[in-house]
Design a binder for this molecule. Structure first.
Ligand SMILES: Nc1ncnc2c1ncn2[C@@H]1O[C@H](COP(=O)(O)OP(=O)(O)O)[C@@H](O)[C@H]1O
Ligand SMILES: [Mg+2]
Length: 257
């Protein structure tokens, strides 16, 4: 079933065109990674799906419902959005933050089942011991895991995570991608952005390559991750090693713009 349709959207921030004529159809049970240089529109695309920014043209449909007609409270059942630039609620504890994921479903009165879901999310990211720690007193990586735990506790059908690998050590990167892939295997549509290509290629069903607010390529990692595409997208020289389980991008040099 098509879960998400992005039908020809463009997004402007005043005079800056951040997205131009974007068309994507994605099914549930899919893990998707968006790659592309800084400023190519990755975050704006996620923010459009989360209804944080409004396209100047085009329409987004979730389960065939026009996003414009879905109230924000209802949207929380459909979409969770996690941003690495989380700034609000810095005096809250990890427990508070993860419980916040349950508000759209339960309001402020938590039931036993909510507590179970929160504990499960904390255990999934191995951060149960941080439950009473203030979010502002955590390392960037610990905070990232707390925000991801909140996203899982929300139990939304579409999970959007902007740069989930930022701040994480190597093991944590693998763990987080495995957890997100598992959510996709359980029927969710998971969409992340990343500056790393290899690891998302290992775990993603689909890669979307963006440049200057447009989609340069979309498809299976093994099919679309070519040296030509990566060189055109990032203005770099690279070698793609394909003998392994997933394509490995070896960076060689820059190319002048
Ligand atoms: N709040 C904003 N106000 C004005 N311009 C913005 C804002 N957010 C992003 N942009 C611009 O939109 C473009 C796309 O940005 P963004 O979606 O953040 O790209 P990415 O996530 O790929 O780095 C860039 O040119 C950026 O400068
Ligand atoms: Mg971004």
């Amino acid at each position: 079933m098509v879960k998400l349709i992005i039908d020809n959207i463009s997004v402007n921030y005043n005079s800056i065109q951040a997205l131009k004529d974007i068309n994507i159809k994605l099914e549930k049970g899919t893990m998707v990674s968006i790659i592309g240089p800084n400023g190519s529109g990755k975050t704006t695309l996620l923010r459009s799906i989360a209804k944080i920014v409004k396209p100047i043209k085009g329409t987004i449909y979730i389960d065939n419902k026009n996003l414009n007609n879905i109230p924000l409270k209802e949207l929380a059942h459909h979409v969770s959005y996690t941003s690495p630039t989380f700034k609000e609620g810095f005096d809250l504890t990890v427990g508070d933050i993860v419980f916040m994921g349950r508000y759209p479903k339960t309001g402020f009165i938590m039931k036993h089942t909510d507590e179970e879901i929160v504990n499960k999310a904390l255990n999934t990211f191995h951060i149960k011991h941080l439950i009473n720690r203030k979010i502002e007193e955590l390392s960037d990586g610990e905070r990232q895991k707390a925000l991801l735990a909140r996203s899982l506790a929300q139990e939304a059908e579409i999970i959007l995570v902007d740069e989930p690998l930022a701040h994480l050590d190597l093991k944590a990167q693998l763990e987080v991608l495995k957890i997100l892939k598992n959510e996709a295997n359980n029927g969710k549509l998971v969409i992340i952005t990343s500056h790393t290509i290899d690891l998302p290629a290992k775990y993603s069903d689909i890669i979307i390559v963006m440049k200057k607010g447009q989609i340069l390529a979309i498809g299976k990692p093994n099919e679309i991750l070519t040296e030509q595409i990566i060189e055109n997208t990032y203005n770099i020289k690279c070698k793609i090693i394909k003998n392994y389980e997933y394509p490995i991008v070896m960076l060689l040099d820059t190319i002048s713009d």
